[in-house]
Design a protein around this ligand. Structure first.
Ligand code: TXA
Ligand code: MG
Length: 312
């Protein structure tokens, strides 16, 4: 349902977000599909709603730099860029702070975080009212064009998102620039609302992502993606007494050094929400982690994709 961005509606939206539900809302770049970034199940629901084939990390939205700096570690240059271009169409990749409350699933298990302070009044009001960091990819089905009106959202994913907050067309209409500030010279990972020239004028040289300047780099697909120290044994139908076990569905988790169940109920959204944190918990407890088969459908494909990368 499309609803106008009135103060009453924004209060309803904030309450929904606080209880783990998803809401589509406008930013000045594109409409986003938002969920509480600290709630792994809400984040898993975002991947499911978009039918995203893999856990490409999400941008986390906050109302100001002060709150952003509680979640991520802003180097001098990151802070300079943030101060110049926030609020605005720019996402800054920084290291996660120790004890950062954002779900590991939102950042696809990486130790970095893409943070954005949007300028749009409605987005600002929702972020302030909710009081939580909000993970929000563009509010379209995976692989489709980003939505710049509430109707686009309705047409693309209207069947899976209950509320779409309407504040007219987005002023930027192109996704935010993503800039990685974790190394000495910032790297533009995705060109967007703020140009390379604008950033260069401020901080001197920046690099552009050499791999493919047209296509956003998806760190989830790179080797640097989180891989456990332990060896993973996938599709395990038995478990050895010196192995840790990662189970799924109605399975016995005894017989292993330590066992965790991604979802005893066999729910793939719950499993996706648990994946990165459980892998981290099991890592270091044994030299090998046996992983039970996960069905190759829906979010299961994304889970298996990540497991294969972690096992490689
Ligand atoms: O304008 C926008 O950025 C919109 C609005 C809703 O804010 N959001 C958006 O999100 O376009 P999405 O999920 O479609 O794109 C996120 C981009 C991807 O290219 C992803 O690889 C990158 O940000 N990204 C997210 N977290 C990252 C991280 N920790 N390191 C590097 N890149 C990251
Ligand atoms: Mg997108």
């Amino acid at each position: 349902m499309i609803i106008p961005a009135t103060p009453d509606n924004i209060a309803v939206v904030a309450e929904r977000l606080r209880t783990g539900q998803l809401v589509a809302f406008p930013t000045e770049t594109v409409y986003g599909l938002g969920g509480d970034a600290t709630d792994s199940e809400a984040v898993a629901r975002i991947f499911a709603a978009k039918n995203r084939p893999n856990f490409n990390p999400l941008i986390v939205h906050v109302p100001d730099l002060e709150i952003a700096a509680q979640l991520g570690n802003f180097t001098k240059i990151a802070r300079k860029i943030a101060e110049a271009f926030w609020p605005g169409p720019l996402s800054i990749v920084v290291k996660r702070q120790g004890g950062c409350s954002v779900s590991l699933l939102a950042s696809a298990g990486l130790d970095t975080l893409a943070l954005r302070v949007p300028a749009h009044d409605t987005a600002q009001a929702i972020l302030r009212d909710t009081g939580r960091p909000i993970a929000a990819p563009s509010a379209n089905a995976s692989g489709k064009i980003s939505p710049t009106t509430a109707t686009h959202v309705q047409d693309s994913i209207g069947d899976v998102v209950e509320l779409i907050v309407d504040a007219g067309a987005c002023s930027v209409g192109l996704e935010s620039t993503v800039i990685d500030c974790t190394s000495e010279i910032p790297i533009i990972l995705r060109p967007g609302g703020i140009t390379a020239e604008q950033i260069e004028n401020l901080v001197g040289r920046v690099k552009t992502d050499e791999m493919d300047s047209n296509k956003p780099r998806s760190p989830g697909m790179l080797k640097s993606h989180y891989a456990p120290d332990a060896e993973l044994r996938l599709n395990a139908t038995s478990v050895d007494c010196d192995e840790a076990l990662l189970a799924f569905g109605q399975q016995d988790i005894s017989g292993a050094v330590i066992g965790k169940n991604l979802s005893a109920a066999g729910n793939l959204e719950e499993a996706a929400a648990n994946l990165f944190s459980m892998l981290r918990e099991l890592d270091g407890q044994a030299e090998r982690i046996a992983v039970r088969p996960i069905p190759e459908l829906g979010l299961g494909r994304a889970i298996n994709d990540r497991l294969k990368r972690a096992a490689a």
